[in-house]
Each structure stands twice: as structure tokens, then as C-alpha cells.
Design a protein around this ligand. Structure first.
Ligand SMILES: Nc1nc2c(ncn2[C@@H]2O[C@H](COP(=O)(O)OP(=O)(O)OP(=O)(O)O)[C@@H](O)[C@H]2O)c(=O)[nH]1
Ligand SMILES: [Mg+2]
Length: 637
């Protein structure tokens, strides 16, 4: 692709969950995911200001420019890159949540220190007003010497002013951060010799910044920092301290008498007893919603009415009528036909469930409930070498494990990132697989689904516990700003559900077609029969499943949901009892992740870790399956 020439590039920077991506979308008319939890954006997204050749870049949210996690590092690095490559300071739009002015000003202080030109978007003015926040904008503008735009991004308020400012040159702020004398001296000396963005990170002992320095510079920096009598904590805290005076002069919060029911619900959702009650209600509601509307109503309509009623008979007739060789007809409309199996699975069975699930999932995502689950489950997660922040990638895994693996970047330590990646790959079923499982679940007695959930959770906790002992490193403290609970915007829900369903079809349908074609060939050339026999020690003797189950596991290597769909069929054909179905579901849930996820693990964690996970997960999944099937035999189920 030819690189496009832009007049200039501006960067949307700010704390997590302040509305950067909403503004990015409004400026560029480009779709990006917007959700109500910190860490939605973990990669930079590039776009073009609609109607002008100015490049706009959306960045992951940060607490400060001295990064603590990989996603924060992405933001610092892109600003640094701009400066080193173009020999020019980057131009930044600093988006601040008006309710959390202090956190935003910390970044303003750092940008000022680094002489990076910026202006401020004071977003979420609607919520700030409702909470009684009052900001003296005139004074703030005077003290910082930068432009300030008041905005309510979701209502497009303030966007035209932002566009106007983007087109003008940005100017650096004249704010001088107030430091303790030792800190001031040290930072000054450091930034006289090395880039100030690196200097402030190095002072906070950020190792990733060292990569930007040569040996000599690094030695200089280390010596300089050691010379001054300043602790790491003092360095980190210096930025918060630097804005205290400013904040005192311009910010106040008056008490509001009316507390909304959402705020009350938000408080309740993190309380021990009420929290559990709310969590169970949420889980059950999603299960019922998807299980009923997706798995029963929509699937029934698409599978029986549309596909089996019209599409498949129609094509079968056409193929019968055409003078084509038998083998060709079978490849399309036979037992393992591309149409009768591949597309029917992908579109009639999985798509409707996935779509309903995405709708429910987006609702929860935008409501702001997920981070509350994190704070609520923090203690249980610590036993697995993780903290409550890891609830986010885990829950997102229920949407798509591949995306979720990328979201592990928001975790602070390597240990946490590895454990979260492993658990995602091992036992978090993605939306598509969950869809099939829900569908099968609606055909099994209730206890079986509960047993499936309990077994998978127990295995995850057990493996998490073991890995927390085996993998070296520290677990960081849990700290996450809880966003307010909100009533989701309906338009965003529809947009997200549509984009995700489209993406699912694009990702899954080709693999389903490929899978059914491979099966067709294997069946035709009797390889399937041989494989079914060859795998008997595992499938029949080990797992106590019919030998035909081998083909589901083969499909499972392509995608776990495809494998699960194979079991759905075996169960529907009466080849498996309920207990056998439970075993099959547990094994396919714990089974290896799909190819896309595997590639993502290689990208994020490296090939050695990825293959180590693969060779652990496959035998382990079967091992748990064998244990379970024996237990079920003993229980006489
Ligand atoms: N009430 C209100 N909500 C807003 C406003 N702007 C954004 N939101 C909501 O705030 C949430 C976060 O928006 P995003 O654009 O995803 O935030 P972000 O800064 O990109 O977040 P990260 O990518 O996680 O750093 C979403 O639920 C938005 O709908 C606003 O002006 N008022
Ligand atoms: Mg974002």
C-alpha cells in the first residue's frame, strides 16, 4: 500500500475510558470499538480527519506518560517515535474526563514538562455536571496557556471546535510543574542530555525506556538518578504532586442531593453479598437470553425453516438436475457438503447464537459492569497469580479469545500476562463455541450445563493456581478506576453487534467451508474410517465416546466451535447420551484454541511459550476428559 502524505499528524491521548475513541470516530468517521471499561484500545488506530489530509491517531489510555503496562507503553512509544523520526514534537489532543480532572492534569503536567504542544478536550461535561463538578475553565486556560474545549463527545458536542483547533498549529503549554528541589534538579539534568519523555520514564525506573538509549546515555542517566536523594515513590508521585495547587484553584465539587439509581446499583455490585447476587443474575440472564432467543428461536428459524426448508433442498434439486459427476454433488450437498454442513453450521446454527450473544455482551460492556466484576473477583483471581484487572481479558475471551489475548497487554507484569494467556487458551470458550454449547445445553437437562460450568471453572482455577506457583514473577496490586454504570447507547450496541457478527462470518465461514471439504475428502477416501478406528483408544476407551466423535476433534483443530458443532450433530443423531455429551463438551472447551488465537499467542508471547502451551493443553484436555468419563461411569450416568 502506498504511504499517504499527510499535512500533519495529531494524537488523541488521555486516561483510559475518557472518550478518546468516541472522538476519533467522530473525527474520522471510522469505526473503532468503544466500550465502558478502561483498556478498550490497546493498539494505535490510524485514521484521517474527514475531509482533510490530517492524520488522526487514537492511542491506548494511560495513567501517565511513564508507562506501567504494555498498552501504556504503546502510547509513550508512538509519541517518542514521532519525535525521533520527524525531528519535531508531536501534536497532542489531551482528552480529559471532567469528572476526573486530577488524573488528566497529571498527563498535562508531563506534556508541559516535555514541551509537547497540546490542547485539552474536557469531555463528559454532562456527567461532571450531574455529579456537581465545577471547573473554572477560564482560570485553567490561563494557568496552562492552552486551548480548552468543553465536550460531550457522545452527543457530538464540541467536535466542530476540536476540528477547528486541529487545523491550526498547536502551542506548548506554559505550565511549570511544581517539584521538590531534588527532583526538579535531577529531571532538568537528565532532560538536558536525553529526550525528556525518556528522562521522566527512566527516573521512574521504567525498563522499556532504557531501550531508547545507548550505553553511554544509560550509564549517565543511572548515575544522575543515584546522585540525587529521591526514592522511586517520590519520582512517581512527583507528577500528582505537581498539579495539586492548580487543582485546588480551579476545581470544586458541590454535593448533589439526588443520587441516581444507577450509582446505587454500581455501589451494590461490588459489595460481597449483593455482588454475588447481581453476578449470578447477570450470568443467568445472559444464558437465558441467548439460550432462548438465539439458540431456540433464531436457530430454529434459520436451520429448519430457511436452510432445511428452502436453501438446502433447493440446491440439492439443482445439483441433482445438473449433469454433474456424483462426487461433485456430494462435495456440495452431501453428508459433509460445503453447503449442507459447512455453511449450515456457520450460518444457521452458530451465527444466530453468536449475534444474540454479542448483543447481550455489548450491553454489559457498555454498561460498565465488567470492571466491577474485576474488583469483586479480585481476591479469587489473586489465588491464580492474577489480579482483578485480569477479569477484563477473561471476560472478553467469551467474545473472542484472539482479541482477548491482545488485551492481556493491560496487565502489569509478565507473569500475569502469561497466566492470563494460558487460561484463555485453555478454557475460556469464545462466543461461537459458547453459542454451540448453549445450543446443546438447551437440549440437555439443566444439571449438565451447571456441571460443565463448574468443571471448566475448577480446571481453570486449578491450572491458574499451579501456574502462579511455577511461573516466576510478581503479581501487581489491583488498581482500576471504576467507570460509572451507564445505560448503553442503543446505536452503539447495534453497531458493535453488527461489526462483530460480520467479523465472525468473515473469520469462521471460510474455515467451516475448508473443514467440511477436508472431511468430505477424508470420508471419500476412507481416511475418516481409518482415523476413527485409530483414535479409538482415546475416543472410545479413554473418553467413552462413540468412535465417530473423532471427526469433531479433527474439526476442533480448525476451530473449537466447529468441533463443538460436530458434537451437536452427534447428539441430535442420537449417537451420544447426555453424560457422553458432557464429557465431549468439557474436552472440546479445554481443547486447543483456534488457529487465529494460536497465531496471536505467538505474536504476543513468542513461539516458545505458544508451543509449550499447545503441548500442555492438548494432552491435558484429554486427561481431564478421561477422568470425567470414568467418574461418570462410576456414578452410573
Ligand atoms: N456520558 C458520556 N459518556 C461518554 C462521553 N464520551 C464517551 N462516553 C462513553 O465513555 C465510554 C468510553 O469511551 P471510549 O471512547 O471507548 O473511551 P477511550 O478513552 O477510547 O477508552 P480506552 O480505549 O479504554 O482508553 C463509552 O461507554 C462512551 O460511550 C460523554 O461525553 N458523555
Ligand atoms: Mg479507546
Amino acid at each position: 500500500m502506498e504511504a499517504k502524505f499527510y499535512k500533519k499528524t495529531v494524537y488523541l491521548v488521555g486516561n483510559a475510558n475518557v472518550g478518546k475513541s468516541v472522538i476519533f470516530s467522530a473525527l474520522t468517521k471510522k469505526y473503532v470499538t468503544i466500550s465502558n471499561y478502561p483498556g478498550t484500545t490497546v493498539e494505535v488506530t490510524r485514521g484521517e480527519l474527514s475531509g482533510d489530509s490530517i492524520e488522526i491517531i487514537d492511542t491506548p489510555g494511560i495513567a501517565s506518560l511513564t508507562p506501567l503496562s504494555e498498552d501504556e507503553q504503546v502510547t509513550r512509544d508512538i509519541l517518542l517515535e514521532h519525535e525521533t523520526i520527524r525531528q519535531q514534537k508531536p501534536e497532542v489532543i489531551l482528552v480529559i474526563d471532567a469528572k476526573n480532572l486530577r488524573r488528566g492534569l497529571v498527563i498535562a503536567s508531563q506534556l508541559s514538562f516535555c514541551k509537547i504542544p497540546f490542547f485539552i478536550v474536557l469531555n463528559m461535561m454532562d456527567e461532571a455536571a450531574a455529579e456537581g463538578v465545577q471547573i473554572n475553565i477560564k482560570e485553567l486556560k490561563k494557568r496552562l496557556g492552552t486551548e480548552i474545549v468543553e465536550a460531550i463527545a457522545i452527543q457530538k458536542e464540541g467536535i466542530s471546535k476540536i476540528i477547528e483547533l486541529i487545523k491550526k498549529p498547536f502551542s506548548a503549554s506554559k505550565f511549570i510543574p511544581d517539584f521538590l528541589p531534588d527532583i526538579e534538579l535531577c529531571l532538568k539534568k537528565l532532560s538536558a542530555k536525553i529526550n525528556s519523555l525518556i528522562a521522566i520514564s527512566i527516573a521512574c525506573l521504567d525498563k522499556s525506556a532504557a531501550a531508547f538509549l545507548d550505553k553511554e546515555e544509560l550509564i549517565f542517566a543511572e548515575k544522575e538518578i543515584a546522585k540525587h536523594n529521591v526514592s522511586l515513590y517520590q519520582f512517581q508521585n512527583a507528577w500528582h504532586r505537581s498539579v495539586i495547587d492548580l487543582l485546588e484553584d480551579i476545581y470544586q465539587k458541590i454535593s448533589v442531593s439526588k443520587v441516581s439509581w444507577l450509582t446505587k446499583l454500581g455501589h451494590l455490585s461490588v459489595k460481597p453479598v449483593a455482588g454475588i447476587f447481581i453476578l449470578i443474575t447477570v450470568l443467568l440472564s445472559v444464558y437465558k437470553f441467548v439460550g432462548y432467543f438465539g439458540a431456540i428461536i433464531f436457530v430454529d428459524f434459520l436451520e429448519n425453516t430457511v436452510f432445511n426448508g428452502y436453501i438446502n433442498p433447493f440446491f440439492t434439486k439443482i445439483f441433482d438436475f445438473l449433469p454433474l459427476p456424483e462426487i461433485f454433488i456430494e462435495a456440495f450437498v452431501g453428508k459433509y457438503g460445503i453447503l449442507t454442513m459447512g455453511l449450515t453450521y456457520a450460518i444457521a446454527i452458530i451465527l444466530p447464537i453468536v449475534t444474540t450473544f454479542f448483543l447481550a455482551f455489548s450491553f454489559l460492556e457498555d454498561s460498565g459492569y465488567f470492571p466491577r466484576m474485576g474488583s469483586f473477583l479480585n481476591n479469587s483471581f489473586r489465588k491464580m497469580g492474577l489480579n482483578g484487572k485480569a477479569v477484563l481479558p477473561m471476560v472478553l475471551g467469551l467474545g473472542c479469545d484472539t482479541m482477548a489475548t491482545m488485551t492481556t497487554r493491560i496487565l502489569n507484569s509478565r507473569k500475569e500476562r502469561i497466566i492470563a494467556t494460558l487460561l484463555l487458551a485453555l478454557g475460556i470458550p469464545c462466543s461461537a463455541q459458547l453459542g454451540v454449547i448453549f445450543s446443546l445445553g438447551s437440549k440437555l437437562p439443566a444439571g449438565y450445563m451447571a456441571a460443565w460450568g463448574l468443571i471448566v471453572t475448577a480446571v481453570l482455577m486449578f491450572v491458574g493456581y499451579l501456574s502462579s506457583k511455577v511461573i516466576k514473577g510478581k503479581v501487581s496490586l489491583f488498581f482500576m478506576e471504576l467507570p460509572p454504570l451507564r445505560v448503553p447507547q442503543f446505536s452503539n450496541l447495534l453497531k458493535k453487534t453488527y461489526m462483530r457478527s460480520k467479523w465472525y462470518l468473515k473469520e469462521a465461514a471460510p474455515l467451516f467451508i475448508l473443514g467440511s471439504f477436508i472431511l468430505f475428502l477424508m470420508d471419500k477416501f476412507k481416511i475418516l474410517e481409518i482415523l476413527n478406528k485409530a483414535l479409538r483408544p482415546i475416543t472410545v476407551y479413554g473418553l467413552n465416546l462413540p468412535e465417530e466423535s473423532a471427526y469433531s476433534f479433527i474439526l476442533g483443530f480448525l476451530r473449537r466451535d466447529f468441533g463443538a458443532a460436530g458434537f451437536l450433530k452427534l447428539h441430535a443423531d442420537g449417537l451420544m447420551t447426555n453424560a457422553q455429551t458432557l464429557t465431549a463438551l468439557v474436552v472440546i472447551t479445554l481443547f486447543i484454541p483456534c488457529i487465529a488465537n494460536f497465531l496471536m499467542i505467538i505474536k504476543e508471547r513468542g513461539p516458545i511459550t505458544a508451543f509449550a502451551m499447545f503441548f500442555f493443553i492438548v494432552p491435558f484436555a484429554f486427561f481431564i476428559g478421561v477422568l470425567l468419563s470414568k467418574a461418570l461411569l462410576i456414578l452410573n450416568l
